[in-house]
Ligand binder design. Structure first.
Ligand code: WT7
Length: 631
């Protein structure tokens, strides 16, 4: 980033400042880190608890921190139950539009009935506290009901993104040992029905742990249902077992709420665990303060509920805050590129939270599509998933935000549960910077030894103190949790984020990107090792290495370098076949943009692939120090 961009500042308007629920940053930030536990206790006091905590933070066994120790709660108590006895009861909780134009709406009262019925059905299928239920669904209301129903009865959910392949789904079902899977016949995407149930059927051919599959009907297409395993949700919902009354299970603060798989440096995806107590406090506080939530807001987080962004800011944070949420099923450009703007106008959306990749995608159609609709009701915007270029930021601000809606560029991760570095509406903004740490958080940018780098210099982004939204562990693998996040700076006891960043002279953070073997494609997180192992499962591939190359729309694209088995002919057909193969093994988002055949991969003498060299060559840059390169 040039000096120039660092000095470009967008100040909030007087109107934003006057209306903001948090009117000042510096003092509250200072207070929150000097009195971390008191600050979080004050936030926790705003929620309801069956029993309050004995201790806010137990740090006796770092990095295995425990929040709100001794407290009894259930996130559903705050997200649904509490609203039944207030004015929120008849408030709109949830507005949904299908890609085909179907509209469904639910008040908090109706939401409670839907979730209770789903929970009763799960119970009747033998789901008990502590079970992990896998959910593989399109973006329909039942996805949200299913998640909430699991939480209500004390089962953990593991949502697998609906774009994943049967292989990826199988791996996650097996790791979570799910007895029950919830899915749908399909959903609509670009006018076509997706075949989710077929993918589930295929995964289950090779799986022995699943006993029950509950399928929600959405598209009405014919699907294969297996006797004594498969049940239609609408059939179960019509039975007396599907009671609209269902007790919310009393949980310990530290009990598992959900498991969410994410990519890491090694092949096997990590099942990250989030808990009821700390996560409730963290998602609701960050959502309320950063998006300045008022009772009349209509909040649209346009992520897929299958990712952490959807878990924290479509489902849990907003519902705890009693907000009205909006969910849309399909593609942003279907049937025309103004679909989003049309819905923002139609439903009176006041806050839009999306990703740079979506903004770049919509930007390329030009502003006339936006200007056909009255979206002046938008008062705040948000961005997440990857760095937003100053160019995309300015377009978003000017064309979508009409120059008046501040952009909350939120840096966080699946592991952090909620926003870590983010503005609040009163923060003066610099396009492309996520600005400053959220309250209670201490971060830093350090060299490999852990020393602060100089102002403006690039280094490793670290988190220096625990926060209530943090993942508690990787499912059944404490050692991997420690090794992945805490080992690198174990002397200092810091969390290593895997990102490179800079801090400028005003203390603003500029995120540069991943420094580990993670690639962000259209904001989706993929592991190089996962893509490489997918390629290696093809019978003609001897070895493969993948790198990220900058891409105008996707942010990054995957380039694969492939060594073929001896005697295999290189061809365009094989190139296309390998791309398809990765799509089939992992899901379409992982398809490489380019496949390059090579005779050898650059390796160190100890046999590690030097992706840095491949990248330099692909980009035509200096290859740097090659002294460790094997002959
Ligand atoms: C990685 C985490 C957290 C929700 C979505 C992604 C990148 C995330 C930003 C941002 C620059 C960002 C980082 C991070 N990232 N937000 N505002 N600016 N980079 O969650 O899939 O766990 O990925 O996304 O590289 O480490 P995730």
């Amino acid at each position: 980033m040039s000096e120039n961009e660092e000095n470009l500042i967008f100040n909030p308007s007087q109107q934003v400042i006057d209306g903001a629920i948090v009117k000042e940053y510096d003092q509250l930030y200072k207070y929150s880190i000097e009195n971390r536990e008191a600050f979080w206790a004050e936030q926790a006091e705003m929620l309801g608890w069956y029993k309050k905590w004995d201790k806010v933070l137990d740090s006796s066994n770092p990095p295995f921190y425990k929040w709100f120790v001794g407290a009894k709660t259930n996130i559903i108590h705050n997200a649904i139950d509490r609203h039944q006895t207030t004015a929120n009861r008849n408030k709109l909780a949830f507005l949904w539009e299908g890609e085909d134009g179907l509209v469904r709406t639910f008040s908090y009262h109706a939401l409670n009935r839907e979730v209770s019925q789903f929970a009763s059905v799960l119970k009747s299928m033998g789901v008990v506290k502590g079970d992990i239920v896998t959910i593989y669904m399109p973006q329909i209301p039942e996805l949200v009901f299913a998640m909430l129903a699991c939480a209500k009865i004390g089962a953990a959910h593991s949502v697998v993104y609906g774009g994943f392949s049967s292989e990826a789904l199988l791996e996650r079902i097996t790791d979570a040992k799910s007895r029950v899977v919830i899915t749908a016949d399909g959903g609509f995407r670009r006018g076509k029905a997706t075949q989710l149930k077929d993918i589930v059927n295929k995964a289950l051919e090779m799986c022995s742990v699943v006993e029950v599959v509950i399928t929600v009907r959405r598209t009405g297409e014919d699907v294969y249902m297996e006797n004594d395993r498969d049940y239609w949700y609408h059939d179960l919902k019509a039975l007396p077992i599907a009671s609209t009354k269902c007790e919310t299970e009393v949980m310990n603060s530290e009990d598992m709420l959900f498991l969410l798989y994410t990519s890491g440096s090694t092949g096997k995806p990590k099942g990250l665990v989030h808990t009821h107590g700390g996560y409730s406090v963290y998602t609701s506080t960050t959502h309320r303060m950063v998006f300045d939530i008022k009772p009349e807001d209509r909040f649209w987080c346009a992520a897929d509920p299958g990712w952490i962004t959807g878990h924290s800011y479509i489902v849990y944070g907003p519902l705890i805050n009693g907000s009205t949420i909006f969910l849309y099923e399909g593609a942003p450009n279907h049937p025309y590129p103004d679909r989003w703007w049309k819905m923002i106008d139609k439903y009176g959306i006041t806050i839009l939270y999306t990703s740079p990749t979506a903004i770049r995608g919509l930007m390329r159609y030009g502003e006339s599509w936006v200007n056909r609709h009255d979206i002046s009701g938008l008062r705040l915007l948000g961005s997440v998933g990857e760095p937003i270029s100053p160019e995309a930021w300015k377009w978003y601000h000017r064309v979508v935000g009409k120059g008046k809606a501040p952009i909350m560029d939120t840096w966080w991760q699946t592991e952090t549960g909620g926003f870590m570095i983010t503005p609040i509406p009163i923060t003066p903004l610099k396009p492309g910077s996520a600005t400053k740490p959220f309250f209670g958080n201490e971060l830093g940018v350090v060299d490999d030894e852990g020393n602060d780098v100089k102002t403006g210099e690039q280094g490793n982004l670290v988190i220096k103190a625990p926060w209530p939204g943090m993942t508690c562990c990787i499912n059944e693998d404490k050692e991997r949790y420690y090794d992945t996040y805490w080992k690198r700076f174990e002397k200092q006891g810091w969390y290593s984020a895997g990102d490179a960043a800079r801090i400028d002279k005003d203390g603003y953070y500029w995120i540069i990107g991943r420094t580990d073997d993670v690639i962000k494609v259209s904001g989706y997180r993929l592991g190089t090792a996962e893509v490489e192992s997918a390629l290696a499962t093809h019978h003609l591939v001897a070895e493969a290495a993948v790198i990220a190359v900058p891409h105008e729309l996707k942010g990054n694209a995957i380039h694969a370098f492939v060594v073929l088995r001896h005697g295999t002919e290189q061809s365009r057909v094989l190139e296309a076949e390998l791309k398809e193969h990765v799509g089939k093994v992992m899901g379409p988002i992982a398809k490489p943009e380019a496949v390059v055949f090579v005779d050898l991969l650059p390796k160190t003498r100890s046999g590690k692939i030097m992706r840095r060299v491949l990248k330099a060559r692909a980009l035509g840059l200096d290859e740097g120090d090659l002294s460790t390169l094997e002959e």
